[in-house]
Design a protein around this ligand. Structure first.
Ligand SMILES: C[S@@+](CC[C@H](N)C(=O)[O-])C[C@H]1O[C@@H](n2cnc3c(N)ncnc32)[C@H](O)[C@@H]1O
Length: 210
């Protein structure tokens, strides 16, 4: 119950956040539907609108922990599909998901994921990566942009023509430049703000087709 979880040690703003989180429709729905995070509904809505993830596909999920996008992608690709997930944090195992733990900013981690992909053709790259935010956009935004640039590099290295990158961005400094740059390598880019994405959040998802 929301009111019982209120902890006297929490500040007013963090207990307000906790109440909002527990009351959140998508948090309750995720709990009921067995998803590890409310983020599952963002990918479900994106895929409803784009139909990019299909049975039998190979998908790489960057920034996968705690694993709700991997759960959704796993259901969409089915038993014949291949799912490789990676995060700087540990992630509880999921059936048929190969997980690589490490910091994506490190070349060895990038290379380990590439090695796991091997000769396979990757159909879709997902990136829901986001740094731990400091609440200061002068620090958070460049960190986020760097993760996005690395996700784009990975997508360009692994996707064939027609392959897709579904990537979270924080709208702000640097996004316009990145989009312009991506327009040179991707044939189509669209933006989706799913219903499960909090309206006040700067988060947006770019769907880029190579
Ligand atoms: C919004 S969460 C992802 C939620 C996930 N898509 C899900 O549905 O469960 C963002 C993730 O990005 C990861 N992340 C942040 N910086 C990273 C980095 N440098 N390398 C790898 N993962 C990173 C975080 O650890 C976090 O798990």
């Amino acid at each position: 119950m929301a009111t019982r979880i209120e902890n006297k040690k929490l500040s007013k703003s963090s207990s307000a956040w906790m109440k909002e989180h527990i009351d959140d429709h998508y948090v309750q729905k995720a709990h009921k539907d067995g998803y590890r995070a409310r983020a599952a509904y963002k990918l479900l809505e994106i895929n409803e609108k784009t139909s990019l993830i299909k049975k039998g596909m190979t998908v790489v999920d960057l920034g996968s922990a705690p694993g709700s996008w991997s759960q959704v992608a796993g259901q969409l690709v089915g038993e014949q599909g291949i799912l490789i997930a990676s995060d700087i944090l540990a992630m509880d195992t999921l059936p048929d998901v190969t997980f690589i733990q490490g910091d994506f900013r490190e070349a060895e981690v990038f290379d380990s994921i590439m090695a796991e992909v091997g000769d396979r053709q990757v159909d879709v790259v997902l990136s829901d990566m986001a740094p731990n935010t400091a609440g200061n956009s002068a620090i958070d935004q460049p960190r986020m942009m760097y993760l996005c640039e690395l996700a784009v590099d990975f997508a360009l290295a692994t996707l064939p023509e027609g392959g897709a990158l579904i990537m979270k961005v924080f709208q702000g400094e640097g996004t316009q430049e990145l989009r312009k740059q991506m327009q040179q390598d991707f044939s189509k880019i669209r933006s989706i703000k799913p219903g499960a994405s909090r309206p006040r959040s700067k988060e947006m998802f770019w769907i880029a087709i190579k």
